[in-house]
Design a protein around this ligand. Structure first.
Ligand SMILES: NC(=O)c1ccc[n+]([C@@H]2O[C@H](COP(=O)([O-])OP(=O)(O)OC[C@H]3O[C@@H](n4cnc5c(N)ncnc54)[C@H](OP(=O)(O)O)[C@@H]3O)[C@@H](O)[C@H]2O)c1
Length: 323
């Protein structure tokens, strides 16, 4: 089979499309023929080995996993002898953000990890785009107690996380103010934003409304700057560590001080996230946003360059195999 291989951290030039051995599933694994995957911000971190902290998971001096790729959508081609919940022919999606080598024609994946059957109504491309970003979005929302009618500020509503978070919030009957560039205002409105701020023209931290929650899905703000936006007891969550890694630290101390708080969205139980996302997909309450730029399997390095530009809309999808 073909796979994108790399043996040193670096820019997309370190990737080479090579012929490698097709994997064989262990007793608790399934073999998946991959039809679609994405290149997301985690993949960029894994390829470049940046920020350095990522190397504690992916390999200190060189990558442990020879192939990039963290999510997939495809069909099960073989099952290990102990596998109970999947059978040959099942269409599945899944991810593991420590890397699963899905920029390849086949992978093996343990049945107990984050893998679910794809709803009938969606394509492999939509399925791949419903995994990691949406999981992170759900892990913003499940850290707080949101009630219908709450007012939420969402910075960076155009990313994979932001576009999923916006739809999840609207499914909870929440009022959302969202930020993006002028060219994406219509997309963000179509996802349900009640008010849109063009971040190139206006500083969202100076908005005159008060919010129960400020979610920064692109990690470009700080708690200090967003504090005036929050109601008393309001909560700030960012997708990034913040300057000087302040966000995890603030998440420890602000609850002790009372008043406005920071939470850090450490994700957990990815299989649960996928099942929640599946329900939203089936109910038509979530549709993954996919960038207009589409990439074929051979164009994985180009897709990395584009995803790293931080200008993508939603998810960057790669078609690994055509049906
Ligand atoms: N996606 C993942 O799987 C993942 C996983 C873990 C952590 N993260 C982190 O989470 C963050 C978001 O990742 P993402 O993949 O969802 O999106 P992303 O690719 O980082 O960003 C996508 C969008 O963010 C918007 N943006 C850029 N600068 C902005 C600014 N100053 N203010 C507001 N919006 C801005 C841009 O929208 P416009 O085109 O409208 O300008 C861009 O299209 C990143 O910092 C990433 O490192 C991502």
């Amino acid at each position: 089979m073909k796979a994108f291989i790399y043996n040193q951290y670096g820019p997309p030039e370190v990737l080479q499309l090579k012929e490698v051995e097709k994997p064989t599933p262990k007793n608790n694994e399934v073999l998946i023929k991959i039809y679609a995957a994405t290149v997301n911000r985690t993949d960029c971190g894994v390829l470049w080995g940046k920020p350095f902290i990522i190397r504690f998971f992916t390999g200190l001096s060189k990558p442990k996993m020879p192939t990039t790729g963290t999510d997939f959508a495809g069909v099960i081609e073989a099952v290990g002898k102990d596998v109970k919940s999947f059978k040959i022919g099942d269409k599945v999606l899944g991810f593991d953000d420590s890397g699963i080598g899905s920029h390849a024609e086949y992978i093996t994946f343990p049945e107990h990890k984050a893998i679910i059957i794809i709803p009938d109504s969606i394509t492999y491309e939509q399925a791949a785009a419903s995994a990691e970003g949406a999981h992170y979005a759900y892990n913003f929302i499940n850290k707080v107690n949101i009630k219908a009618g709450d007012n939420v500020m969402l910075n960076g509503a155009t990313g994979a996380i932001g576009s999923a978070a916006l739809q999840m919030l609207k499914a909870m009957d929440v009022r959302v103010t969202a930020t993006c560039r002028a060219q994406h205002i219509n997309v963000i409105k179509s996802l349900g934003a009640d008010k849109v701020i063009d971040y190139e023209k206006e500083d969202f931290t100076k908005d005159n409304e008060k919010y129960h929650f400020v979610f920064d899905a692109v990690g470009k703000s700080t708690f200090g700057k967003c504090k005036p936006l929050l109601h008393r007891g309001g909560i700030y969550i960012s997708s990034e560590l913040g300057p000087g890694n302040q966000n995890p630290f603030l998440a420890l101390i602000t609850p002790l001080l009372g008043g406005k708080k920071v939470k850090f969205p450490i994700p957990f139980d990815p299989k649960k996230s996928l099942n929640i996302i599946k329900n939203l997909l089936e109910q038509g309450k979530f549709k993954p946003v996919i960038d207009d730029k589409k990439f074929a399997f051979e164009q994985v390095p180009e897709a990395f360059r584009y995803a790293a530009s931080a200008q993508k809309l939603g998810n960057v999808v790669i078609t690994i195999a055509k049906r």
